[in-house]
Design a protein around this ligand. Structure first.
Ligand code: BG6
Length: 502
């Protein structure tokens, strides 16, 4: 994020090494994001991109494959735009700077070739992006270090981007942090959570801290509870093998959902700098109450989708999923934050695959009006006010308010007071990775997770993992619906209900 200016300058020259160059992440998200940055004039003319992977391909062929994939993706969504998906004036100069290193991640020779490439590119700055399976995170970092590639000098920064999953529980995340920090400094590590690349997520901080009105009611005096939802219509697609090992809780909660929670619940940072912002996030996630085993079981629901209507397969029928799998594809949780601002305000979180609609949003429910002066009228029930922060799709924000329906009788209706991004801003197509890559090139770690952010997230979900380890029950929900009945009961027990999806 560029501060103090309305436009951003091109990032300084560097070489971006993409480990796992043939993987989906590079093709689907990183390369389109690099193209978009180039289109917007945000890359230095000397930014080089080098794929690293074991399949042997030449530089030009690698560049061609990336281009073909970008076009293919655009064609899949907007066939009419496929011919104009790539502007030759943008792609031409970029393609000339795309290279490739064929090599095994576990072979020191690969790193010697990388060192030679880096030297030939004439800039000392390097970003090593680990778009690999997590089992390589430590090994690649150690080998980069052994080859002297993590040694920084003036005009030669060395940064390592680590994708999720960052560990699979508290102990493994701590160990991974320890191993990485043995070979580099915290300021060289960029732990990605792609939710932080979403404009709507970044905007939560701006909305809260640049509009004085919110602070007045942003606390347990006025807020009854908070609901955080990440509902997906997709199933596990081709990732059955990976997903079946981890499930919905690990996949979405300590990272994406806690980032949303932190944006809503953190204290105002003293400055808009990486350490101040990440310090506040670490504090609020660190303040999530650790549940006992019984509490963790009572405050969580895990469920798996079964076959739904219109031939939607059940999770256990998906490719590369164990037909007896007990892995959850849906989770709902209740967490409490033990600090002055949030004491007594439950945060309910839910996320699942193959639900009825795609809907990522935060809904803040306010306490009811203190006195119901309409009680002797037709108005016998007044709904609570919600503030909806819609992350995706249809990005925007609105309050649900009650208003009098015009006419002689007193009838109260729901109305919306809000804004939609599309009404105010022209947004260029983006993948969400543009800001994150740009920030990495310019050395801004605000939107990346610090070691303590990651560990606090795992510490907060560990009680659920531990409780489930000895009680593997998983509820069912039909694919294409709003989720399991248990999730409704979780809130009903507290006299509350989820807002409807979508
Ligand atoms: C990824 C998860 O991190 O986030 C996926 O591994 C999930 O399972 C995805 O589908 C959701 O991201 P988004 O941006 O589509 O909400």
């Amino acid at each position: 994020m560029k501060r103090g200016k309305t436009t951003a300058d091109p990032a300084p020259p560097a070489t971006l090494f993409l480990f796992g160059a043939h993987g989906d992440l590079v093709k689907r998200l990183l390369m389109p994001a690099i193209y978009n940055l180039a289109r917007d004039g945000l890359l230095d003319p000397h930014l080089h991109i080098v794929g690293v992977d074991h399949n042997p391909v030449g530089d030009a062929e690698f560049a061609e494959r990336l281009k073909a994939f970008i076009v293919e993706q655009v064609r899949a969504k907007h066939p009419e735009q496929a011919d104009t998906a790539i502007d030759p004036a943008v792609w031409g100069p970029l393609a000339e700077r795309i290279g490739y290193v064929t090599g095994d991640f576990t072979d020191d020779e690969t790193y010697q070739t990388i060192a030679r490439k880096l030297q030939a590119n004439g800039t000392g700055n390097a970003v090593f992006y680990l778009a690999t399976s997590p089992r390589f995170f430590t090994e690649v970092s150690q080998r980069l270090n052994r080859a002297g590639l993590l040694y920084e000098q003036p005009q030669a920064y060395r940064r390592v981007v680590v994708e999720k999953p960052f560990g699979s529980d508290l102990a493994t995340a701590q160990e991974l942090n320890r191993q990485l920090l043995e070979v580099m400094d915290e300021r060289q590590i960029y732990r990605i959570d792609h939710y932080l690349g979403k404009e709507t997520v970044q905007n939560i901080m701006v909305n809260r801290f640049s509009n004085g009105i919110f602070e007045a009611f942003w606390n347990n005096h006025y807020i009854d509870h908070v609901q955080i939802t990440a509902a997906e219509t997709v199933g596990v697609e081709t990732r059955g093998n990976f997903y079946d090992q981890i499930g919905a809780l690990r996949d979405m909660v300590p990272n994406h959902l806690f980032q949303l929670l932190a944006m809503v619940a953190m204290e105002p940072p003293a400055a808009f700098g990486a350490d101040a912002v990440r310090g506040e996030k670490a504090k609020v996630i660190g303040a999530i109450r650790p549940w006992s085993t019984e509490e963790a079981l009572a405050n969580s629901v895990r469920a798996q989708y079964r076959a739904g209507e219109q031939g939607m397969p059940g999770y256990r029928e998906e490719q590369r999923v164990d037909p007896q799998s007990q892995t959850e594809t849906y989770v709902a949780l209740k967490v409490m934050i033990d600090n002055w601002r949030w004491m007594g305000v439950p945060f309910y979180l839910r996320t699942g695959k193959r639900l009825s609609v795609r809907d990522t949003e935060i809904a803040i429910c306010f306490k009811p009006a203190p006195y119901a002066q309409f009680r002797d009228t037709n108005v016998d029930y007044i709904k609570p006010n919600f503030l909806h922060i819609q992350i995706q799709p249809d990005e925007g924000m609105w309050f649900d308010l009650q208003a009098k329906r015009p006419g002689p009788a007193l009838v109260v209706d729901n109305v919306k007071l809000g804004f939609a991004y599309k009404d105010f801003f022209q947004m260029q197509p983006s993948t969400g990775y543009e800001t994150l890559l740009y920030d990495c090139f310019t050395g801004d770690q605000t939107l990346f997770q610090r070691a303590d952010n990651i560990e606090n997230g795992w510490r907060a979900v560990q009680p659920f993992l531990d409780a489930w380890a000895s009680n593997a029950q998983v509820e069912e929900y039909p694919a294409g619906t709003d989720g399991p009945a248990g999730a409704d009961e979780l809130l009903a027990r507290d006299g509350r209900a989820w807002h409807s999806l979508g």
